[in-house]
Design a protein. Structure first.
Length: 404
């Protein structure tokens, strides 16, 4: 696999390998038009489904997301990066067109499960492709920082424009636009990416898929990431529950999300510079611990807030932790994953994120029931602490002097 090394004076954006630039462009387009994930619940409610029915469909979507991470992690290694990108995006486009045409609840649940499974599948192939193409950790860290920026910029634009489109034209065009973006990414991957050579990868000497069950470094990384991801996901799960309790309008929740998006866009470039510099010398394990602590403290602070300004302050305070987590976790994963198992390792980390999406609202509801808002704050802060502590055994299991 060809890898690129940049000199310090080169502009990284211009000199990143073409496959990396294509992957980032496709990621940006599919997230700018990524309306389905943001507006699925609204679209279902608009069709007259009851709240329990909407919850059932969304639960099916979440279950599909978890299953899809394992499936597409395997396919990324077995089929190759290019074929997996084409498959994931083509399937996503087909399901996005089909789902609005379904009406019986069982059919909607099946459609949502399949959508959850395929819609995030390309992310695993993109991550593996980046790791294939870039030679050292500093380069990968820079790319992952900017990828996180693209994801959030796209999500912010999708959220801002999707509501306006839905108000004027309904929810159907949102799914069509999302499908077109996925289809375009599939076509670009088919035309511009070099052909896969999965046979070469599968014949490489090294451990088989059972290595995931035996790799203690991966286990501790997943444990730390699950704690930190659960805190991060609380922005979209715990926060609305808490703000409704304080009788704050939906507009204030929208402001909190906008503040988070703006903070991500403003802070990602400088933090990426710092993390890139640190990644040249060692894995970003200490950074992952710091990110987990920041997320736990910031989102725990949200549970103690009662005003819109208090929520905005806590959300912005947690944002650096979100950025650090997004970069550091993937830096560590790229270092520990064997080249022929990159996809499966990416799928394991992606499954952790998907699991956090189900765990966060359940944790919030349970903590509120047992001890009210102080219990929510304590639970989120404790999760951040456990995530940080999980980095200690991870650090001790990393080879001494690892720098790439």
């Amino acid at each position: 696999m060809h890898q690129t090394t940049l000199t310090p004076r080169q502009n990284p954006l211009l000199f990143w390998p073409p496959p990396v630039r294509l992957a980032l462009a496709g990621t940006a387009v599919t997230h700018v038009l990524g309306f389905a994930n943001a507006f699925l619940a609204y679209a279902l409610a608009h069709r007259g489904l009851t709240p329990p029915a909407v919850s059932a469909v969304l639960s099916a979507y979440g279950a599909g997301w978890i299953a899809g991470q394992l499936a597409f992690g395997h396919l990324t290694d077995a089929l190759g990066r290019r074929r997996t990108l084409i498959l994931a995006n083509t399937a996503s486009a087909a399901v996005l067109i089909t789902l609005p045409l379904l009406h019986p609840l069982p059919a909607l649940m099946v459609g949502a499960f399949v959508l959850g499974a395929v819609l995030d599948g390309s992310r695993l192939a993109v991550s593996a492709l980046i790791n294939d193409q870039l030679a050292d950790s500093a380069q990968r860290t820079r790319v992952n920082g900017w990828r996180h920026w693209c994801l959030n910029a796209g999500a912010a634009l999708a959220g801002a424009t999707g509501g306006l489109i839905a108000d004027h034209y309904g929810y159907g065009p949102l799914f069509v636009a999302n499908a077109v973006s996925c289809a375009a990414f599939a076509v670009l991957a088919a035309v511009l990416l070099p052909p896969d050579q999965p046979g070469t990868r599968t014949k490489e000497a090294g451990p088989g898929p059972a290595a995931l069950l035996e790799d203690d470094r991966l286990h501790w990384l997943l444990a730390s990431s699950l704690c930190a991801f659960t805190c991060a996901v609380s922005l979209t799960s715990a926060l609305p529950i808490l703000m409704v309790q304080d009788r704050l309008p939906a507009a204030d929740y929208g402001l909190a999300n906008a503040a988070n998006a703006l903070a991500v866009l403003a802070l990602t470039p400088p933090l990426t510079v710092v993390l890139t510099r640190r990644a040249r010398n060692a894995p970003l394990i200490a950074d992952l611990a710091v990110g987990s602590l920041i997320l736990g403290a910031g989102m725990g602070g949200c549970a103690l807030a009662h005003t819109a300004s208090g929520y905005l302050t806590a959300v912005v305070a947690a944002t650096p932790g979100e950025i650090i987590l997004a970069v550091a976790a993937y830096d560590i994963l790229a270092r520990i994953a064997p080249a022929h198992l990159q996809g499966r390792y990416q799928g394991a980390l992606g499954m952790t994120l998907a699991t956090a999406g189900l765990l966060a609202p359940a944790l919030t509801s349970l903590a509120l029931h047992l001890g009210g808002r102080p219990a929510v704050a304590l639970a989120l802060a404790a999760l951040g602490g456990v995530g940080a502590l999980s980095c200690l055994p991870l650090h001790h299991r990393m080879p001494k002097g690892m720098s790439s």
